[in-house]
Design a protein around this ligand. Structure first.
Ligand code: T5A
Ligand code: NA
Length: 212
């Protein structure tokens, strides 16, 4: 008998610093808990800041400005962290688990291109990684994001830089992107996100995983 191909979806949240990604990821994970028999799921985030290996520690030191790195070297460090997770991500997707990811390849490219690296070169480093089935872009202008709590403590958290990141993100959009107005209330955003996510989980059940 022919086996029906059922895989999980790769759902990614992107946006400027303080645009509300982690808030929405947590809400979505909570929502999915209620339907986990039907839609198994797992949350992930990039960068992974747990001090589990030297790459994670180096990224933390870089983001907290404890360590300086040339732009290309920094870029490759973030990419390496994703490439190291590739096989595990594929396994989860293949066995039907939907992955909900807080930042991914487009963050890597947008932030590095905002420092002046060529956008194409940045995306080329992501080659071979599973491509998101849905990118939820939390769309918030840098001048609003900067007024949210905690802004300005880390590397990259300054308004002119965030404006450049926004411009790079706009160049990366394709048909898999959903732009959500991130100045709405948390509840309004969560409802819009939930609807899109359930649709995409159903749509990609029988499609092969695509790759960058
Ligand atoms: N980076 C990342 C790279 O340079 N290369 C890479 O390859 C990758 C993957 C760390 C940095 O690393 C860079 C990008 C980043 O600069 P991070 O660990 O994900 O990235 O940490 P942050 O991204 O900095 O987390 P953010 O600051 O971006 O915040 P979030 O997750 O977007 O926002 P969140 O949910 O924490 O909310 C921020 C504040 O806003 C409030 C929240 O309560 C909170 O106070 N808020 C709202 N307020 C009003 N209305 C709403 N709808 C709200 N939703 C949330
Ligand atoms: Na976050």
């Amino acid at each position: 008998m022919e086996q029906r191909y059922v895989r999980g979806a790769l759902i990614v949240f992107e946006g400027l610093d303080r645009s509300g990604k982690t808030t929405q990821v947590n809400r979505l994970l909570q929502d999915l808990e209620g339907t986990k028999e039907r839609y198994p799921y797992r949350g992930m985030r990039f960068p992974d800041r747990t001090p589990a290996n030297p790459i994670n520690i180096e990224i933390c030191d870089y983001l907290s400005k404890k360590k300086e790195l040339p732009a290309r070297e920094a870029h490759l460090l973030f990419t390496k962290q994703r490439q190291n997770q590739k096989d595990e991500m594929e396994r989860f997707l293949q066995n039907g688990t939907t992955l909900v990811v807080d930042r991914y390849s487009h963050s890597g490219a947008a932030y590095s291109a905002a420092k002046g690296l060529p956008l194409d070169w940045c995306m080329a480093q992501e080659e071979g990684l599973p491509k998101p089935d849905l990118v939820i872009f939390l769309d918030l202008f840098a001048d609003i994001a900067k007024n949210r709590s905690g802004f300005g403590e880390e590397r990259f958290e300054e308004e002119p830089f965030q404006k450049r990141v926004y411009e790079q993100y706009m160049q990366l959009q394709d048909e898999t992107w959903l732009r959500v107005n991130a100045s709405k209330t948390e509840e309004e955003i969560a409802a819009e996100v939930r609807q899109a996510v359930l649709r995409v989980i159903e749509e990609c059940r029988e499609k092969p995983i695509s790759h960058f």
